[in-house]
Design a protein. Structure first.
Lengths: 328, 389
């Protein structure tokens, strides 16, 4: 958990604030992506959200090279953090094992912006000021703020303050979560939430452990407890659909069996696997483990969607790759 | 020269290469001659950091009885770990949450508690940086370079390269026979993300028609022109070897034009890209597929892509690697006995030398433009992707 230094005015580490979103809750929304995650899903599309603290990113496309610049090859940048390969192009490369000490002050010296930091510390008021810019859209569409990540429940004080502030302003509130946190974090936030978008990644615990790093017993327990403790919240289940991992009827039916007894789970959405996060892995010097995985076919998505539609008593009107975006 | 009895640990970094046992045997035998004790750390650093996972103990004493029965051609007496980075060890805390924690201090303490006063680590490029960091924290470390792609600088040959080269040549021979039989052009992707040694040397040995390496961005028009000349009714087949990191002269423009529009993208965070972006991780097989598809559009011949990829990492060690492994293992002990620390053992013919880690990191051993193998390829009429001066 990321602790705020002053509980009365909590600060959080924010990855990104994205306006005009339409998939993650009702109406037009502003998505606030928070840093830190307690899972390590191999398909993660937001690798920059995983670590707790702000971290270095490097985009070689905007690096002007050693001859034109070369600032990062000298102090005050950490020794050995950057280098140039002889015979290759002139652009700088990052030794990610030695560049961990780079901070915002270092990054600010990069004249082209090739170096940047993912994540910055913000106050609740700063975030809400940004969110408020679209308040007229929220009023007209029933929209509001969605906290995403990473795992927004890992910054419970900050997230709760943000959501309470949004409610005070009359905005709809939603969170995207995998619920792999202690219950005490969840019960702190949910009183301020209108909609919970929650991930059912894998049903079998051992397989969940293989693909995400931990089993799913506590996650399922949290889901069930949340459904029962907060009957007025709308819950929407989601599955990031990965062919070869969980894109099969058995998984979809088992999720349906779990959620359908709970009337406040109002929908179940499929998030077809995509590979739009791949470039970010390289910007962070991380290895993408699902190197050879393919996106699911429209036919497969439609077939699985039809099962969901039937379970929810809707006529099978399959959507294709609609839905949200940020797979966790 | 040290006279007191020392206890040395040895471990293996991430990534499999054939014949690692040869290095272990070399170190253990040389240490035994000095009266030193050698213990192996199982699975990278896991045997030390997580001993509870090993009912027989996370450290393996490499005494004479074990060593005399160890097969120098074999691999894996110490096992391997996917991640060998004590600064970012993935853990699950008491609350069931995954995190990466810095266990480097704990590692050093555990080595001390085991009376280990030096570590020999068989590592590739990234491992060198990690050992350099540990050395800066006070660890007596000697590294042995191990790289299938032979891209570790400061040594002529890394352990594992020769075995990979032999296997690649064998596979290229088979690919050429398949191409001959099918009357097509085989496009074979081999390992080599940053350096083209494997593609170049194997391509020469297999008498390939074209070899594409990362160091020489290739012009597909030039490649097509070469193949148009080489492929005749009497010889209606071809062999193209492409390193996985091969670069293409016109790539940026072509890919920018091919960038797909996707309804999801509007909601993605900044820097999100697609597979077709210029700057994404290239998946295995992409280079072969790209070259095969482009060639088929440019010339009136059929192509078929093949990917060696992880196949290259398996198999038995060659005679050269067995000798090199034994020499590197013994050389590491010699380095420690001479009082060296924070060095990499390097083969600089005819000598085994010790290079400071600070000089070994942040360098990639790429193929220079005037390299003898480049000249040989040109003399043999092998197209390297574009006209070279």
């Amino acid at each position: 958990m990321i602790q705020s230094t002053n509980p009365a005015a909590p600060t959080g580490i924010v990855l990104n604030i994205q306006r005009y979103c339409s998939h993650d809750g009702p109406g037009i929304r502003t998505n606030v992506f928070l840093k830190s995650c307690s899972l390590r899903c191999k398909w993660c599309g937001n690798p920059e959200s995983i670590r707790k603290n702000p971290e270095l990113a490097y985009d070689p496309r905007t690096c002007s090279g050693k001859k034109a610049c070369g600032l990062c090859l000298k102090p005050p940048f950490p020794e050995g953090a950057f280098y140039v390969v002889e015979g290759d192009d002139d652009k700088v490369k990052v030794n990610w094992d030695l560049a961990g000490d780079c901070d915002e002050a270092n990054v600010a010296l990069c004249p082209t912006g090739a170096l940047s930091m993912f994540g910055k510390t913000m106050t609740v008021d700063e975030v809400l000021a940004e969110v408020e810019k679209d308040s007229s859209f929220y009023r007209n569409t029933g929209g509001g703020i969605t906290l995403s990540g990473g795992e927004c429940l890992l910054q419970p004080d900050f997230s709760a303050a943000l959501l309470a502030g949004a409610h005070e302003r009359g905005f709809n509130t939603a969170i995207e979560t995998a619920c792999n946190v202690p219950w005490r974090f969840i019960e702190k936030l949910l009183p301020h939430v209108d909609t919970v978008l929650h991930d059912h990644k894998l049903t079998i615990s051992e397989r969940h452990r293989k693909w995400t790093g931990v089993g799913n017993e506590r996650i399922l327990e949290n889901f069930k407890k949340a459904y029962e403790t907060f009957p007025d919240i709308d819950f929407i289940a989601r599955t990031p659909l990965i062919p070869g991992v969980n894109a099969d009827e058995e998984h979809i039916r088992s999720v349906l069996a779990f959620i359908r007894p709970h009337k406040n789970v109002i929908d179940y959405e499929l998030l077809p696997y995509h590979r739009f996060g791949l470039g970010k892995y390289e910007h962070l010097g991380k290895v993408y483990e699902l190197d050879d995985y393919k996106t699911p076919s429209d036919e497969l998505v439609q077939r699985l969607q039809a099962i969901i539609d039937e379970a929810f008593g809707r006529s099978a009107a399959p959507s294709s790759t609609q839905g949200s975006n940020e797979e966790k | 020269m040290s006279t007191h009895k020392r206890r040395i640990a040895i471990n293996v970094g991430a990534g499999f290469v054939p014949g690692i046992n040869a290095v272990v045997i070399g170190a253990a035998l040389a240490a035994g001659k000095l009266g030193w004790e050698v213990v192996g750390i199982r699975d990278g650093f896991d045997g030390l950091l997580h001993p509870q996972r090993y009912p027989d103990g996370g450290l393996l004493p490499l005494g004479p009885q074990l060593i005399e029965h160890l097969d120098p051609a074999g691999a894996g007496v110490l096992g391997q770990s996917g991640r060998v980075d004590p600064f970012h060890v993935r853990t699950v805390d008491a609350d069931g949450m995954v995190d990466e924690v810095d266990m480097s201090d704990e590692l050093l303490q555990k080595l001390k508690a085991q009376n280990v006063d030096a570590l020999i680590s068989v590592v590739g490029g990234q491992g060198l940086s990690i050992l350099y960091k540990l050395q800066r924290k006070g660890l007596n470390a000697v590294c042995i370079p191990r790289a299938i792609e032979n891209d570790v600088a400061a040594t002529l040959v890394s352990f594992g390269f020769n075995s990979a080269l032999s296997f690649t040549i064998e596979m290229l021979d088979k690919a050429r026979q398949a191409a001959q039989s099918a009357r097509k052009i085989a496009v074979v992707e081999v390992l080599g993300a940053q350096a083209g040694w494997l593609a170049l040397q194997a391509g020469i040995a297999a008498c390939a028609d074209v070899v594409l390496i990362p160091e020489i961005p290739c012009d597909m028009e030039a490649v097509a022109a070469t193949l148009r000349e080489k492929i005749t009714p009497r010889r209606p087949y071809g062999l193209v070897v492409v390193a996985e990191g091969a670069k293409f002269v016109a790539k940026a423009q072509a890919q920018a034009a091919a960038q797909p529009k996707n309804p999801l993208k509007a909601s993605l965070s900044p820097l999100a890209t697609g597979d077709a972006s210029e700057h994404v991780i290239q998946r295995s097989g992409q280079a072969a597929e790209t070259v095969a598809n482009r060639l088929q559009l440019l010339i009136a011949e059929e192509t078929f892509p093949l990917v060696l990829g992880p196949w290259t990492r398996g198999g038995a060690a060659t005679a050269v690697d067995r000798q090199l492994g034994l020499a590197y293992g013994a050389g590491a002990i010699r380095a420690l006995n001479a009082g060296n620390s924070g060095v990499m053992v390097a083969f600089v013919p005819p000598d085994i030398k010790f290079v400071p880690l600070a000089q070994a990191i942040n360098k990639v051993r790429v193929v220079p433009a005037d390299n003898e193998f480049i000249q040989t390829a040109q003399l043999l009429g092998i197209c390297l992707g574009r006209a070279l001066s």
